[in-house]
Design a protein around this ligand. Structure first.
Ligand SMILES: NC(=O)C1=CN([C@@H]2O[C@H](COP(=O)(O)OP(=O)(O)OC[C@H]3O[C@@H](n4cnc5c(N)ncnc54)[C@H](O)[C@@H]3O)[C@@H](O)[C@H]2O)[C@H](O)CC1
Ligand SMILES: [K+]
Length: 238
């Protein structure tokens, strides 16, 4: 199993964490320290949008699911606010979204961002400059099921560069194994701390700050040296 750490370009070591440890970090951040999930999601969506704009230009297709990785929905808002022509493709009917994903989606509806459901719409939008892969993150459980599997294959067939949120959808965040189909992105924007499963992957990995303070890592005895310097994201090497 992949373990160990990454380094920033200036040599700062950054511990890699399993999905289980990251879930614990999130829990302490929310339950003990009082940072809301939506606050973290906003940072995720904004930094993801920054990287999407580096890859693509005029139009973006955002593929999203119902979990925390639905931070791609916040990204869609930030892109649309920058005059990017954004379309959304979900793995389920919008009425089936819950929690933070439902809340983010309601905002997109107010903005008039078009929502489609299912893989057919990925190929129909094949003129998009960039695909945002926000379908599944560290919450992947077992081999990818329908309809996510078909969506993932459609993203890979699309041809435009893909930017994955946290981990490429279909990749086990802890082991790096692909459980069935997995998105093959140009870059991955991972959140808070890099996941162990990203260590041996070929694409470029960037780490986005979620605003999680050192106190959270201290409580969990995770050795943490600020990797961001005075910035809000950083490139990583294994
Ligand atoms: N500190 C952080 O890293 C933070 C990360 N955030 C983001 O939240 C996700 C994790 O969120 P979670 O709700 O636990 O799960 P996911 O969104 O990854 O997955 C749920 C989503 O995926 C579907 N799904 C799961 N397994 C399968 C499968 N085998 N086949 C098909 N579909 C599957 C499920 O139905 C849900 O739709 C993390 O990666 C980050 O992106 C937080 O935003 C903030 C802190
Ligand atoms: K993803």
């Amino acid at each position: 199993m992949a373990t160990g750490r990454f380094h920033t370009s200036t040599g700062t070591p950054v511990p890699a964490v399993t999905a289980e440890t990251m879930r614990r970090v999130d829990r302490v951040a929310v339950d003990d320290v009082g940072i809301e999930l939506l606050q973290m999601m906003e940072h995720a969506g904004r930094t993801l949008a920054f990287h999407v704009l580096r890859v693509g230009g005029g139009s973006a297709l955002v593929v999203a699911g119902n979990g925390g990785n639905g931070g791609g929905l916040a990204c869609a808002r930030h892109l649309a606010n920058r005059e990017v022509d954004v379309s959304l493709v979900l793995d389920r009917d919008p009425d089936e979204l819950t929690g933070a994903a439902a809340q983010q989606h309601r905002i997109l509806q107010q903005m008039g961002v078009p929502t489609h459901v299912g893989p057919g719409f990925v190929s129909e939008n094949d003129s998009a400059d960039v695909v945002v892969d926000a379908l599944i993150g560290y919450g992947l459980t077992g081999p990818v099921r329908e309809p996510a599997d078909e969506l993932i294959r459609a993203v890979n067939r699309h041809g435009a560069p893909a930017v994955s949120l946290d981990v490429p959808s279909g990749v086990d965040a802890t082991t790096g194994e692909t459980l069935g189909d997995a998105v093959d992105p140009d870059r991955t924007v991972t959140l808070g701390l890099p996941k162990t499963g990203l260590r041996d992957r070929a694409e470029t990995v960037f780490l986005a700050d979620l605003g999680i303070p050192r106190a959270v890592y201290d409580r969990l005895e995770i050795e943490y040296e600020n990797p961001f310097g005075r910035g809000f994201w950083v490139g990583l090497r294994a």
